[in-house]
Design a binder for this molecule. Sequence first.
Ligand code: ZN
Ligand code: ZN
Length: 139
Amino acid sequence: MMPFKDRQKLLDYVKNYAAKHPDIVKKCRENFTKAGKRWADGLMRKFKMTREQYIAKSALQDHKCAICGRTQEELNVRAKRLSVDHDRQCCSGEKSCGKCWRGLLCSYCNPAIGALGDDPERLKKAAEYIESWRKLNGS
Ligand SMILES: [Zn+2]
Ligand SMILES: [Zn+2]
């Protein structure tokens, strides 16, 4: 789910996406509704991310959650778009400084990692816990 190993390459891709795909970006601009504008304003306010950057990230992930690989459509959830995940070690609240974005996540995975404190150790322990009980219960 992480096509770029190099962070700079990933950022360049996101930045250059609009220039390389004017057709896609234009199409989105044409569909610029009031709700779409509100969403884009929120994206900028909360994550310092432009609409084009979001479109690039979403396309890069094939519009699938970076953890579970499902689309919002598949999950049949209210939000139409995946949420922008950010490193809470950098920005502890709901907002991002714009330098600590990670992937786009679905309506389940994003709050799930947040609930476990955004902590890889706890997330690993949770996985081990589930696996150990599966073994014990023979399922
Ligand atoms: Zn997910
Ligand atoms: Zn930050």
